[in-house]
Design a binder for this molecule. Sequence first.
Ligand SMILES: [Zn+2]
Length: 139
Amino acid sequence: MSHEGIRIVSQEQAEREAQPEVKLPVDAVTPAKVRVMKTEGTGVEIDWRDGHRSKWTFAWLREACPCATCHEARDADGRKPGIPKAQPATLLPMFKEKIRPLEANAVGKYALRFKWNDGHESGIYSWEYLRRLPEGAEV
Ligand SMILES: [Zn+2]
């Protein structure tokens, strides 16, 4: 008898896999109104069908980019979505242009995609991802 194909998983991983994420109700992940305040340069507000309103600043959303590269970079530093990389205190503050999207587009009916002014545009922010994000800073 072969043991091929048997996967050894840690207790922790086994428990994690046994409890799939709680599925959110459809109304919680369906936006009733989406406001991308591009002209004001502030952020995004979403009114969900269940009545909840979420708000994030653009800077916060940029730091919560769900693409694989940003996700791995955050994982490596143990950062949660929305939290910027710590800057060494000894460096003089450099001028950084305020982060904002040059474009914001819907991806089908399920997501938002931003083309940020730092050139990054690979993150697809699904409604479900957005709804699960904590709210970020004041808009
Ligand atoms: Zn990214």
